[in-house]
Write a protein that binds this ligand. Structure first.
Ligand code: HEM
Length: 510
């Protein structure tokens, strides 16, 4: 057959295909019903919980991304599941559906998460006004969010934190240098200390001295805070998804969450009281820190601020330390990427003490591509959860208002239909000047969520991680001595093994 006739046949087949699509989307086309959405069979009383039982079940609560891959391949890009009977969850994999979800979320995007934490706080009206920013929905969420985001959303506001961030990271490098002489170190606790210190210095303008001898002890304030954040985060997914017996009595898991929150709350009250006493004494001429701006806001009272300090401690430590663990893991395992990164860092930071400024960050194209690629492969969240505020249509299925939707960006970001060599770590795919660059669907890579309810500290978290990445890579050559990592889902994705990095000094830092 000649080339021309082959081409004619191809054009003809495209025309026929288009006709089918047009036919389906014509006015006569009937939308499919909600209960026709494919998914695992739900059994009365136990729903699909049997699927999560060890040995007999296909899914695991602590491997949500693996469940997601299975669901996509067994049922297609939209899946309905009743983990708890009569509570429907719809999993969305297609970026077009994810886009429709966010476009329709309205003024009060709602999430169904951190339910037990919300109960804990609402049971203590003498300490908290609300369940806090993370679990609260509706007008009360908007009231808090509008005030709290003021000092965090503009690039200029976040760049103000750079000098103190540089100081903390520089200090942390000395600890890493000392530790690098010891064998078999797990660097995850070290990253948790770093990001606890960074969140406190930026958000509260307070140092906790997390790397001091006193604080490194197991029962110090910072050690207990890091533990309290971990225990709380590990309880949330289980209390959200199970039969919610904790609403009736204090289950062992709820007791653990309560104890961890009581500790966090006591630290929050101490920090806030300290800040208030210093605030009264300080000169009125110096500019306000983030916490001070909350304290002087007429729209917030003491109880709102306690909840906020707790939320920041809860959301600020594990998110960034897990993400940075994966980031350093990928860099350590990719010699070529690490050398490119080192070249860029050396050019932008001529001395080991050169500060990272906003100008440096603006030029750090490769470092930003490395971070973006790591977030594509290893987001801390499988996707984004919403409760539908209005009836919607996804992949031609009607979905009623009130349904819980969870997007599956982590799984979609590893599909060959969207990314060539989707499982590989290739930062160049994000560099506009590189031949591997391709324009991506804007609703595929969403590690910080999307829209009005997206991560309030996105800019700060990115800035902190870039400073850490650039400082580490300009100072050390890093290697990997552990097993290959995957994610374990503890509400957020935690590396499923220790962070076995090794560090060789490239230039002197003392
Ligand atoms: C790598 C770091 C981080 C990642 C990947 C991350 C990711 C996320 C995601 C996916 C959400 C949900 C967004 C949505 O529903 O659309 C979220 C919400 C939130 N994050 Fe982060 N986060 C990070 C760091 C932080 C830090 C450092 C803080 C605190 C200082 C923080 C505070 C919050 C809060 C308070 C919310 C709830 C916002 C709301 O409901 O209005 N996050 N984050």
């Amino acid at each position: 057959m000649c080339v021309w006739s082959k081409r004619k046949l191809y054009m003809l087949s495209i025309k026929n295909y288009k006709n089918v699509v047009n036919y389906n989307t014509s006015a006569n086309f009937k939308r499919k019903k909600f209960n026709e959405i494919p998914g695992p069979i739900s059994i009365p009383v136990i729903g699909t919980l049997y699927q999560y039982l060890p040995v007999v079940g296909s899914y695991q609560f602590d491997r949500l991304h693996r469940n997601g891959f299975k669901k996509l391949s067994n049922y297609g890009p939209i899946v309905r599941e009743e983990i708890v009977p009569k509570v429907n969850i719809v999993w969305l994999f297609k970026p077009d559906d994810i886009e429709s979800l966010f476009r329709g979320e309205g003024k009060y995007p709602q999430r169904r998460s951190h339910l037990a934490l919300e109960k804990y706080r609402l049971d203590k009206p003498h300490i908290y006004n609300t369940g806090g920013l993370i679990p609260t929905n509706g007008p009360e969420w908007l009231r808090l969010r509008s005030v709290l985001q003021k000092g965090l959303s503009s690039p200029a506001a976040v760049q103000n934190f750079l000098p103190s961030t540089n100081d903390v990271v520089q200090e942390w490098l000395l600890r890493i240098k000392d530790l690098s002489q010891q064998p078999n170190v797990d660097y995850l606790p070290e990253l948790s200390r770093l990001f606890l210190e960074l969140i406190c210095v930026a958000a509260f303008d307070l140092r906790l001295d997390s790397f001091s001898k006193r604080e490194l002890k197991p029962f110090s304030r910072t050690s207990k805070l890091i533990q309290a954040a971990l225990v709380s985060n590990s309880s949330i997914l289980k209390t959200d998804n199970g039969p919610q017996l904790w609403r009736k009595f204090d289950t062992p898991l709820y007791r653990k969450l309560k104890k961890a929150q009581e500790y966090m709350e006591s630290v929050a009250i101490d920090l806030l009281s300290l800040k208030m006493s210093l605030f009264k004494e300080r000169e009125a001429t110096t500019s306000l820190s983030l916490l001070e701006s909350y304290m002087s806001s007429p729209e917030l009272d003491f109880k709102d601020i306690i909840g906020t300090v707790c939320d920041f401690l809860l959301a600020g430590i594990d998110t960034t330390s897990y993400t940075t663990s994966f980031l350093l893991y990928h860099v350590a395992k990719n010699e070529r990427v690490q050398e490119n990164l080192y070249r860029e860092c050396k050019k932008l930071l001529p001395s080991p003490f050169s500060p990272i400024t906003k100008e440096v960050l603006a030029e750090a194209y490769y470092a930003k591509a490395v971070l973006k690629e790591s977030l594509r492969l290893r987001p801390i969240s499988i996707g984004i959860g919403r409760i539908l505020n209005q009836d919607a249509v996804f992949s031609d299925y009607n979905v009623p208002k009130g349904t819980v939707i969870v997007t599956q960006n982590q799984v979609s970001c590893r599909q060959e239909e969207y990314f060539i060599n989707a499982h590989e770590f290739i930062p160049e795919r994000w560099l506009k000047s590189h031949k591997l660059y391709t324009q991506q669907h804007p609703y595929l890579v969403l590690p910080f969520g999307h829209g009005a309810r997206s991560c309030i500290a996105r800019r700060l978290a990115i800035q902190n991680m870039l400073v850490c990445l650039m400082k580490v890579c300009s100072t050390f050559k890093i290697g990997w001595a552990g097993k290959d990592l995957d994610s374990r889902s503890l509400l957020i994705n935690k590396p499923d093994g220790p962070i076995c990095l090794n560090f060789k000094l490239r230039r002197t830092i003392q």
